[in-house]
Write a new protein. Structure first.
Length: 353
């Protein structure tokens, strides 16, 4: 592994047994802000033991959105502060941050009140995240509105897209359709896709979207069919074509799709592994990267970012700073389930070697 730097930036503890859904957001004065979901113990008995059981760190457990600051391009980080308190009956999760051309910053997150009530909220900052305006709900579909970290984007037209997936409830027998909420007025009003992405079994989840050179959109999708699937939109996310397989093996785990700013090529990060007999169609290991020089038609330079037997590594995010890629993801021991956020810094050239 030829990374420049490696750090477990948010290690799990009994008091904070799960850390995930992270992103790194550039602030002014060459600062970076790491934002993530920090689960926390809320009773005396929970703080005394290591996780050991997945139910202790499940998706419905108490969680807030926390942050740290780096002034040396990710080599070291400040103490933790709270970016968003837990205002839900269960938790708050799934942060996304977007800087508008005006330098106003939009912050979206989800509020989970029950297994059939997950809503998306947004607030704004005009002073580099020091203070925030009032939060407002932007999701209009009832039920469960999931987003994923580091996925919001603004198109060349000015339209803002927040990739999401939606279903009636979360639990055994659930089914989801992938979509995006879009806004043409700097996030003041939002509309969900009219024609959405769907697939058999559990459906289409956690889309990651990029804008292609001709203005069309490419989404890659989590699913339970054993491969990364993709879909296209020719109308800015209002409607989506039926998804098709990329041929890249994958479990039920989210792929991340980004455009590399220095080359214009596409970077895909996903779990390159599939086992259809596995409950989640495979382990979340290895965590793999690939490059596309033809806008997602073919993929090359397939190489592992993390390959650690006995561990899951997933939910990647990437921030490009000059000629470096700062890749973050959660990693956890399958034996104990304690989840930490890991940072690896690579030169962009590494993805092409």
């Amino acid at each position: 592994m030829n990374e420049i730097y490696e750090l477990t930036v948010c290690p799990w503890t009994p008091g904070n047994p799960r850390n995930d859904h992270q992103l790194i957001f550039p602030l002014n004065d060459d600062r970076l802000m790491l934002v993530w979901c920090e689960y926390y113990a809320d009773s005396p008995s929970l703080v005394m033991f290591v996780p050991y059981a997945h139910r202790r760190i499940g998706d419905n457990m108490p969680c807030r959105i926390s942050a740290k600051i780096s002034t040396d391009v990710g080599r070291s980080w400040s103490d933790t502060f709270t970016l968003q308190d837990n205002i839900g009956q269960m938790n708050v999760k799934h942060p996304n941050l977007l800087r508008l051309p005006s330098n106003e910053i939009l912050f979206t997150y989800t509020v989970r009140n029950s297994v059939s009530d997950l809503r998306i909220y947004m607030k704004r900052s005009n002073d580099e995240c020091e203070t925030w305006g009032e939060s407002c709900q932007i999701s209009s579909l009832s039920g469960m509105n999931f987003t994923n970290c580091d996925h919001i984007l603004q198109l060349r037209s000015g339209r803002i897209l927040l990739p999401a997936h939606h279903g009636a409830f979360h639990g055994r027998g659930d089914h989801y359709q992938a979509l995006c909420y879009y806004s043409d007025d700097d996030g003041h009003t939002w509309t969900p896709s009219e024609v959405r992405m769907d697939l058999p079994k559990r459906g289409a989840e956690e889309p990651s979207i990029v804008e292609l050179q001709d203005g069309s959109l490419l989404a890659v999708i989590r699913n339970s069919l054993g491969a990364v699937y993709k879909s296209y939109s020719n109308d800015g996310g209002r409607s989506w074509a039926p998804p098709e397989s990329t041929g890249l093996a994958a479990p039920a785990s989210p792929p991340l799709l980004k455009q590399i700013p220095t080359t214009g090529d596409l970077l895909l990060i996903w779990n390159h592994n599939a086992d259809l007999d596995h409950p989640h169609q495979g382990d979340r290991n290895p965590l793999t990267a690939a490059i596309s020089k033809d806008e997602g038609k073919t993929w090359e330079n397939i190489k592992d970012i993390e390959n650690h037997l006995g561990y899951d590594s997933a939910y990647a995010a990437v921030t490009f700073v000059d000629d470096e890629a700062l890749v973050t993801y959660y990693t956890r021991s399958i034996a104990t389930y304690g989840e930490s956020v890991k940072l690896r810094i690579f030169s962009i050239d590494w993805f092409y070697q």
